[in-house]
Design a protein around this ligand. Structure first.
Ligand SMILES: C[S@@+](CC[C@H](N)C(=O)[O-])C[C@H]1O[C@@H](n2cnc3c(N)ncnc32)[C@H](O)[C@@H]1O
Length: 331
């Protein structure tokens, strides 16, 4: 029996061994970063970077074992400076993971922190991003792209259309097209803006001869002919807006928890919607304050959590119990 909807207090290196092969749909977690904090034991403060990576890779191997064939693993890691040198810890981990185990790295999704820790460095910039690596063990991984980043755009379609259009009208005037070509381009632009405003298409791009780069390779052909003959071409974008490998979200802190490294519920929720179905089983072997379990509860997924620190473990259980099911997801 799987310990579903439970946060178990203990060492994930031992606890994960009790889970059967191919039994969970998704592992999503943020392990302790290399030499960043002392959580009162556990991993993270190994003697050397390679010793840290070896430990983490051992646990990763167990994650590969427990996910189903159509499952996914998402690891979020932070970086570390040593003697003013950025170690690129997350990327070393991802490279070694793909070298050591039969997994494919699908994406490195960048979390852009809208409120990074304010620091005043004189000789370097403030780090404000962290990767979330998405690994799979077969090409048949479950993937619901439509459910990812579904939040409606804050800009109504009509305003978006006007905004895009205005820039292109100016470019047409500035261009070296003939008067007849400019007239034709303005007319075509008006038509495509109306298509966006009426919802017929999602968006569009316009390319004007002499101002924009010209298509090449497989994209040449029809578009090149239009550029040569009419002086412009319009690319219509149908369906969903582009689903990009970037999520912007604020770093969270919780009144009821003193955990120092909480990742956003919203971020986890995006991955749950992309990579799992309702009722699926999600494992977080470094549960911390309980964020993954909260996101699972809100989205009707089952969770299994491991956490070594007894105080965090207790606080996480309480946080999940007190989590109202009506809280809006987009924090
Ligand atoms: C970066 S935090 C996770 C934070 C979590 N994502 C959240 O939003 O609250 C990593 C957690 O791993 C725990 N930990 C460290 N070593 C562990 C181990 N061997 N087994 C289980 N948990 C461990 C730490 O106590 C810490 O709470």
């Amino acid at each position: 029996m799987l310990p579903v909807d439970k946060i178990l207090c203990g060492d994930s290196f031992d606890l994960i061994k009790t889970l059967p092969d191919t039994s969970v749909n998704l592992v999503i977690t943020s392990p302790p970063y290399y030499r960043q904090r002392d959580y009162g034991g556990g991993m993270g403060n190994e003697e050397s970077l390679q010793a840290y990576l070896d430990n983490l890779l051992t646990l990763f191997g167990e994650c590969v074992r427990v996910i189903k064939d159509d499952g996914s693993i998402v690891f979020n890691l932070g970086d570390k400076y040593e003697n003013s040198n950025l170690l690129l810890v997350p990327y070393r981990f991802a490279i070694q993971a793909t070298e050591r185990y039969p997994v494919t790295l699908v994406n490195a999704v960048t979390w852009v922190k809208s409120n990074p820790t304010p620091r005043q460095f004189k000789r370097r910039l403030v780090s404000s991003t962290e990767p979330f690596f998405h690994f799979v063990k077969s090409s048949q991984y479950y993937y619901n792209l439509d459910a990812f980043m579904q939040a409606p755009s804050k800009t109504p379609k009509s305003r978006r259309g006007d905004k895009i259009g205005r820039g292109y009208f100016e470019l047409i005037e500035k261009s070296s097209l003939s008067d007849a070509q400019k007239k034709h381009a303005r007319q075509a632009l008006l038509e495509v803006i109306q298509e966006v405003q009426s919802g017929k298409i999602e968006s569009f791009r316009m390319k004007i001869k002499g101002l924009h780069s010209e298509p090449f390779g497989g994209q040449a052909g029809g578009r090149q002919l239009q550029l040569d003959n009419k002086g412009f071409t319009i690319i219509r974008i149908h369906g969903n807006p582009l689903k990009k490998d970037v999520i912007e979200a604020a770093v969270e802190s919780l009144k009821q928890s003193n955990h120092p490294a909480i990742y956003p519920v919203r971020l986890v929720s995006e991955f749950l919607q992309l990579l799992t179905r309702p009722e699926d089983i999600v494992l977080d072997p470094f549960m911390g304050s309980g964020t993954t379990a909260v996101a699972c509860k809100l989205l009707n997924r089952h969770y299994i959590g491991f956490e070594l620190n007894a105080d965090y473990c207790k606080a996480a259980v309480e946080r999940v119990e007190n989590q109202s099911l009506t809280t809006p997801l987009l924090l």
